[in-house]
Structure formats: C-alpha cells, structure tokens
Design a protein around this ligand. Structure first.
Ligand SMILES: [Cu+2]
Length: 138
C-alpha cells in the first residue's frame, strides 16, 4: 500500500517538479550558528515557493538582499513566485536561503537534504526533496 501510494505520488509529481540547478550550501565553521544555501529554480508552470526546511537547521527562511543607501538589507520573503519557464536564481548577494540554529557545521563534500514546498495557481501544494552539496565560499 505504501509502495503503491509512493508510485502514485511520484507519477503525479513528475510533470510538475521544479528543476533545480546551481544548488549549494555554504560551508560553515564550528560554532557558527547561521548559514546560507543557494539554488536556481525552474518550473514549467506558475508556482510559488512557500516553505523550505532542512533537518540540519533549526529554522530556514527565504531572504532577499538589496543595497539601500550603501547598506546591505536582508528581508524575510514569505512566498517566492516562480513564473512558468522563467528561472529564479538564489545566489550570493541576492535571494538566499538563510539557515538559523545550526547544530553542526556544514562540511565540504557533505550533501544536505532540503524539503521544498511549492504552491501552484490552483492552490495545490506539493513537496520536493533536494540534496544540496556543501561548497566552500568563493
Ligand atoms: Cu539572510
């Protein structure tokens, strides 16, 4: 039964799954409690990224970053619209996933699993699991 349900979910999601590229988690130092992750999201239909979590952080928030009067400002973004076939890039200096309350450092070579929840125009929410490699900051 569980297997059958899994297959059905898998089939239902295959078409709508977002494509993920340029995904990585910034390596962190021991004792560092805040981290960041980046990825580019591409969807074939209009969706919004409404929730992100990982077991490797107490809280995960989507943030934007802008320059205001020469000062970098970060803002918490509740939902991120991803228009059909228009990739949205989360990258250093701009949109990013901010990770709080890190219980242990992100080490280069590790893979960190994230759960992303997307909502489509008809209000249906589906989840997608992605594994992001840890890389040293450029
Ligand atoms: Cu931030």
């Amino acid at each position: 039964m569980k297997l059958l349900l899994g297959l059905m979910l898998g089939m239902g999601m295959a078409q709508a799954d977002a494509m993920i590229s340029d995904a990585w988690v910034r390596a962190s130092h021991p004792g560092q409690t805040v981290g960041a992750a980046y990825l580019t999201l591409h969807s074939r239909e209009n969706v919004s990224l409404v929730y992100v979590e990982t077991a490797r952080a107490g809280t995960t928030e989507l943030h934007s970053m802008t320059m205001q009067n020469g000062v970098m400002k970060m803002r918490h973004v509740e939902t991120l619209p991803i228009p059909a076939n228009k990739p949205v890039k989360l990258a250093p200096g701009g949109l990013h996933l901010m990770l709080f309350e890190l219980p242990s450092p992100f080490k280069v070579g590790e893979k960190i699993e994230f759960r992303l929840c997307f909502k489509n125009d008809s209000g249906r929410i589906r989840e997608q699991f992605v594994s992001l490699p840890v890389k040293a900051a450029d």
